[in-house]
Design a protein around this ligand. Structure first.
Ligand code: GDP
Length: 294
């Protein structure tokens, strides 16, 4: 992820650093290259434009141009704006006990894997999680969650094959969790190939019933701008509290990661960076900006 973008930025900024005295036209040229690099990385057009305008405004400031190392200063301005675009400060989970966390997303985004990863993280943080499979359409998804639960050694609540009402399953799972003194419950909901109204209606019902503190969208970073529009849809439907971006270990261009926060206004809380169950990491905008700048 981000390797092409990082290469292009490296080249542009190396040129800028090499210039002894920087003129406005040096900055304009460099930022034109940066804008192209962002667009090539699949950052949404309006975001790239606005982002560059911000950087330019700060970079053109008299203090920068007159400073001893203007090139360095401009790279720093870029870094800080990038961290801001990615969300600024890291935002953790808000899961006071008894915590309810609902995961939603399209099929294949990595929802069930992420449920297992989150359970492992929370367990390591000293919590007592319960996983709940609430996908009543795909028995395979229930089996998958049960297998992952076993791997991370966290209990799982699975519904009867005949069950068709998500709210009923959720109610039973909550009752079970209480008897077992679980202090955080992770609900792995049904996905779809694409957004459809029935799925959304079901999610809304479940959401109204559960009133979860956290409703996290699991989105596949490799799907680029599609991931961003999916996030908007889910947010309109249930009001997500954050995003988990998966597959950041892949070779996707990175546009989804860069546009997501700005378009949805919701923080990226975690990043999945591999199929293994311990490969879920807190998303730190600042560190991500460091990584992009190499
Ligand atoms: P779901 O349909 O949304 O529940 O998706 P799954 O959890 O079944 O994941 C779909 C595929 O993506 C599986 O092969 C996972 O191993 C894989 N996957 C999930 N998260 C990541 C990740 O962060 N990186 C990589 N490389 N693969 C992932």
């Amino acid at each position: 992820m981000f390797s092409n973008l990082a290469d292009s930025l490296d080249k542009t900024f190396r040129n800028l650093r090499g210039v002894g005295k920087i003129s406005e036209s040096n900055i304009t040229d460099a930022l034109r290259d940066v804008r192209l690099a962002l667009l090539e990385a699949d950052v949404e057009f309006g975001i790239a434009k606005e982002f560059i305008a911000h950087v330019k405004e700060k970079a053109m400031g008299a203090d920068v141009l007159k400073s001893i190392k203007p090139g360095e200063q401009i790279v720093k301005i870029f870094h800080d704006e990038l961290a801001e675009l990615l969300g600024g400060d890291q935002v953790g989970l808000n899961l006071e006990a008894p915590g309810r966390l609902m995961l939603c997303g399209l099929n294949g985004a990595g929802k069930t894997t992420t449920a297992g990863k989150l359970a492992l993280r929370l367990k390591r943080e000293g919590r007592k999680p319960l996983l709940v499979a609430i996908d009543l359409y795909r028995p395979a998804a229930i089996d998958q969650l049960a297998t992952l639960a076993k791997q991370v050694d966290v209990p799982v609540y699975t519904p009867d094959a005949s069950e068709s009402d998500v709210v009923k399953v959720a109610r039973e799972a909550l009752a079970w969790a209480e008897t077992q003194r679980h202090d955080v419950i992770i609900f792995d909901t049904a996905g779809r190939q694409e957004i459809d109204e029935r799925l959304i209606e079901e999610l809304k019902r479940l959401h109204v019933f559960l009133q979860p503190q956290e409703t996290l969208l699991v989105a596949d970073a490799a799907t680029g701008q599609q991931a961003v529009s999916v996030a908007k849809h889910f947010d309109d439907a249930v009001g997500i509290t954050g995003i988990i971006l998966t597959k950041l270990d892949g070779d996707a261009r990175g546009g989804a990661a860069l546009s997501m926060r700005s378009i949805t206004g919701k923080p990226i809380k975690y990043a999945g960076e591999g199929e293994k169950l311990d490969q879920l990491f807190e998303f730190h905008p600042n560190r991500m900006a460091d990584r992009i700048l190499g």
